[in-house]
Design a protein around this ligand. Structure first.
Ligand code: URA
Length: 479
């Protein structure tokens, strides 16, 4: 008897796990299952729907390994994993070891998948799309070596939680809108040269991005998605959708009469008329320049200037404060007022040099209320912090610090997305929205404002200790 166990292109791990569990519960041997779907000469039966009597026990390490290997592009990955499962269930504990050819192969495959995900996180280049909505939209084209968009997307969902984005790949498209991540069929690489201008790329993506115009649910009911990937004509779906959209626009423009034969497609006209899409800065220098013109929130109206980060562009440690103060606003440099003087002094006492780290703030404009001749500091609100995360994200992306130190609750929220009270978190490391480690500490102004000398001394001591730890954690790995 042979069995066919075709697996979907999305949710593949959960589907393989469920199928493998059922198969082994019936003691179906590895060579009896065709994971590619049983397209051979002899009809293959589907796996039994109900579980059998046998209960397999496998180590957690296998589940973890399978959770990576499943995204490899090798067609035999499902069969190899099932062989490993079969052998583990038979008590062959060495089946996953490096000494075993199968174990070695699976470990190499898992490594390749990990590398591929890492590359995607590093090399996906978003283009901003022109659009009217309050959330900004970005899109990117990427060609991973393996099927890594699904496991790799949660990183982008955390990192770019406050914007809409789309990543198109040949096999799958990930779409993040209003905080919801979903997947759809992949598409063909757009017929644009490598060095096409941002505006051309933006036009291409703008045509495929707006799902409000696409009746995907109707298409799904006409042709269930699970079949899309195996039908040659479905390669044309993105093109068809694009064209349908252009047709609708043309019909609307022409008062619902059919399009004039030979009329230029809407995308061509749009391309010509569209102003260049704002470019995503490709370096710290470009980001600093772009930030000078930032109007992402209302703080730019009253502040003197944008105060972008400063320091060594190859720094392993990035220190993030709340926002520039009065002096910083006037002079355009972070941490040069009283809190900055305290921070720089403690950094030196901890063995670091202020010019060898990157100093920046969660919010790049000074927020204040005028009181007579004075400008009184006001904490930024969540919306302002979220709007400004764009710049912090660019600093993180281009600097790639080994450690980020968050000073105070605002920086902690900007970097981790969590606004739980700071006191129990101080001195601990959390994973930032960018995927890297974030050490949490007090803001130096907290020491300046503390009511008693004892409290001030304690906060300084904590901050000094955290700075020393941060410097150690940010050291390069010994080669
Ligand atoms: N406080 C901050 O958080 N940042 C500065 O740059 C100055 C004071």
């Amino acid at each position: 008897m042979s069995y066919a166990a075709p697996l979907p292109a999305r949710g593949t791990f959960a589907a393989w796990r469920a199928a493998a569990r059922r198969a082994i519960s019936h003691r179906i041997a590895p060579d009896e299952i065709d994971w590619a779907g049983g397209g051979g000469l002899f009809a293959a039966a589907p796996l039994p729907a109900a579980p059998g009597p046998h209960v397999a026990h496998v180590p957690e390490s296998f589940v973890k390994l399978a959770g990576s290997v499943i995204w490899h592009s090798a067609p035999e990955r499902f069969a190899l994993l099932y062989q490993a499962l079969w052998r583990l269930d038979a008590g062959e504990t060495q089946a996953l070891s490096q000494a075993d050819p199968l174990g070695r192969r699976l470990n190499l495959m898992a490594k390749a998948v990990g590398r591929d995900i890492h590359k995607m996180h590093a090399f996906v280049r978003f283009r901003e799309l022109p659009g009217p909505g309050p959330r900004r939209s970005f899109a990117a084209w990427f060609e991973p070596e393996h099927n890594t968009l699904e496991p790799g997307s949660s990183f982008f969902a955390r990192r770019f939680a406050d914007m809409d984005w789309l990543i198109a790949t040949p096999g799958l498209t990930a779409r993040f809108e209003a905080g919801q991540l979903s997947f759809g069929p992949g598409g063909a690489r757009p017929d644009l040269p490598e060095d096409a201008s941002e505006a051309l790329w933006a036009t291409y993506f703008a045509n495929i991005f707006n799902p409000a115009r696409i009746k995907l649910s109707m298409m799904r009911s006409e042709m269930p998605k699970k079949y899309w990937r195996n039908l040659p004509e479905t390669r044309l779906i993105p093109e068809m959708l694009k064209d349908a959209e252009a047709r609708v626009a043309r019909m609307q423009a022409a008062g619902a009469s059919p399009a004039r034969p030979g009329a230029a497609p809407v995308s061509t006209r749009y391309r010509a008329a569209m102003p260049a899409a704002p470019e995503v800065p490709q370096s710290l220098t470009e980001a600093r320049e772009a930030a000078r013109h930032c109007r992402r929130c209302a703080l730019c109206e009253a502040a003197t200037q944008t105060v972008f980060g400063r320091g060594a562009p190859d720094a392993g440690l990035m220190i993030v404060g709340e926002q520039p103060g009065d002096r910083e606003d006037l002079e355009g440099e972070p941490f040069i007022g009283p809190a900055g003087a305290l921070l720089r002094g403690l950094l030196q006492e901890a063995g670091g040099a202020p010019e060898s780290v990157w100093l920046t703030n969660a919010v790049k404009h000074f927020k204040f209320t005028p009181r007579g001749k004075r400008r009184l500091h006001q904490a930024p609100d969540r919306g302002e912090v979220i709007a400004c995360r764009w710049w912090l994200g660019l600093e993180l992306q281009h600097l790639r610090p080994r450690l980020t130190l968050a000073l105070g609750a605002t920086a902690a929220f900007a970097l981790t997305g969590r606004d739980a009270p700071l006191a129990p978190r101080r001195g601990t490391v959390e994973t930032g929205l960018h995927g890297g480690p974030v050490l949490l500490s007090w803001h130096p102004a907290h020491a300046l404002r503390a009511p008693t000398p004892q409290q001030q001394a304690q906060i300084r001591a904590d901050l000094r200790a955290d700075l020393a730890l941060a410097l150690r954690m940010a050291e390069p790995d010994p080669a």
